[in-house]
Design a protein around this ligand. Structure first.
Ligand code: ADP
Ligand code: MG
Length: 385
């Protein structure tokens, strides 16, 4: 239905194209018509005109029947009254049509308002549902973290307390010097592990509640420089564990990547410390000694593969059972051979690595063979020019 070509209803230049008369004469609309959207045949004024003309047509011959002076007077007065009546009728139809128009406008506004309200209510509902889901996730994460905290933090704490109580009660003094040193070293080690677990829990809970992503403001860096820094930091630990740490820094720079150095350092550290932890050397772990007859070797590599820089951390350690590989990057997941061997570990290290790498638009994966060793890889896309 074409009602307002060009201008809107109620406007001065409005033409009701439904009205045959208005459309065909295309006349500057009569005020009343500016508010009228009806067809010509529904026009109140037209109906009045027809009735008036019909009345005139009936009355006129009647008066012509009576000759005399009054007939001319009567005809004039009939037409005069029709014209005056017509004027007021026209005014009143204008009012009626304007009122209808105002009512229509009001109901249209009301509909718009209720539509808007519905959209707002829907938006709010979605928002509440999303917030609720987030809260539920937070609660779940909280209970998972409490679980791991109670398991993983208790063991080292009770071990440290044990050594401290031996010192307090003077029991340690009665032991031979090398035994004393071993107890103190163990307590120190547990303290260090506690530190790692607490840091892992803090980092993982942060990644769990707000996902990290590199963006346009993230600086571009040479990934090999970050790897080099981290590997150097592990040299002493490698010696202490009698592990051969192999790393050949590349002679030339690879293309740069967008990266947060602190996060990338953490990811590489997690992989190297896992490689150390799960590649026991003969003088470190009693249970592992019987399973090993070769020197621990941990290798770190970096390469460019198409548009990615790929970092690899390999070891010749305990490996991972094939069926357990898939889930390793999830929170709190530890492979059965690892739990059987060491009680320490939060199962958060690889989850943190995955969050960091995916936050850099990269991928992380592992190739492993049980009792032979594992290689963890991650790739970060190079910056495109
Ligand atoms: N280099 C590795 N060799 C063998 N198993 C590994 C290695 N790195 C990780 N894993 C397996 O992945 C699990 C998850 O690792 P991670 O998230 O760092 O937790 P955590 O070291 O605290 O156990 C480990 O418990 C272990 O089963
Ligand atoms: Mg770990």
């Amino acid at each position: 239905m074409q009602t307002n070509a060009g201008t809107t209803v109620g406007g001065e230049k409005y033409l009701n194209y439904n009205c045959w008369l208005v459309k065909n004469l295309n006349y500057a609309p009569y005020r009343r018509c500016q508010y009228c959207k009806y067809r010509f045949r529904n026009c109140l004024f037209l109906q009045y005109q027809i009735v008036s003309v019909a009345l005139a047509v009936i009355i006129l011959p009647l008066f012509l029947l009576f000759e005399g002076k009054i007939s001319a007077l009567a005809i004039i007065s009939v037409f005069a009254s029709i014209t005056v009546f017509g004027y007021f009728f026209n005014k009143s139809t204008e009012k009626i049509i304007k009122a209808q128009f105002a009512q229509e406008q009001a109901s249209q506004k009301l509909k718009e308002l209720s539509d808007m309200l519905e959209v707002k209510v829907n938006e709010q509902t979605q928002d509440i549902i999303a917030k609720n889901a987030r809260l539920e996730k937070l609660l779940q994460v909280r209970s998972e973290f409490l679980d791991v905290a109670s398991h993983q933090l208790r063991t080292p704490v009770s071990m440290i307390r044990g050594v401290l109580s031996m010192i307090r009660d003077g029991d340690l003094e009665h032991l031979p010097r090398d035994k004393q040193a071993q107890f103190i070293e163990n307590a120190w080690q547990k303290g260090a592990k506690l530190d790692i677990i607490i840091n892992d829990i803090l980092a993982a809970s942060e990644f769990d509640t707000q996902t990290f992503m590199v963006d346009s403001k993230t600086p571009t860096i040479f990934l090999e420089d970050v790897v080099d820094q981290v590997v150097k930091g592990f040299q002493l630990e490698a010696e202490r564990r009698s592990i051969e740490l192999v790393w050949h820094p590349p002679k030339k720079h690879f293309p740069k990547v967008k990266g947060r150095v602190n996060f990338l350092e953490q990811a590489i550290s997690n992989l190297i410390s896992n490689a150390f932890k799960y590649t026991p050397s003969t003088n470190m772990v009693k249970e592992a000694r019987s399973r090993r007859d070769k020197k621990g070797v941990v290798g770190v590599t970096i390469n460019q593969v198409k548009n990615n820089i790929v970092v690899g951390v390999s070891d010749n350690g305990i490996g991972i059972p094939k069926e357990e590989i898939k889930k390793l990057f999830e929170k709190f997941v530890r492979a059965s051979n690892a739990t059987a061997m060491y009680t320490d570990g939060s199962g958060l290290g690889l989850f943190i690595v995955r969050e960091i790498v995916e936050g850099h638009h990269g991928n992380v994966w592992v190739e492993s063979e049980l009792n032979k060793g594992s290689t963890f890889f991650f790739s970060i896309p190079v910056v495109s020019n």
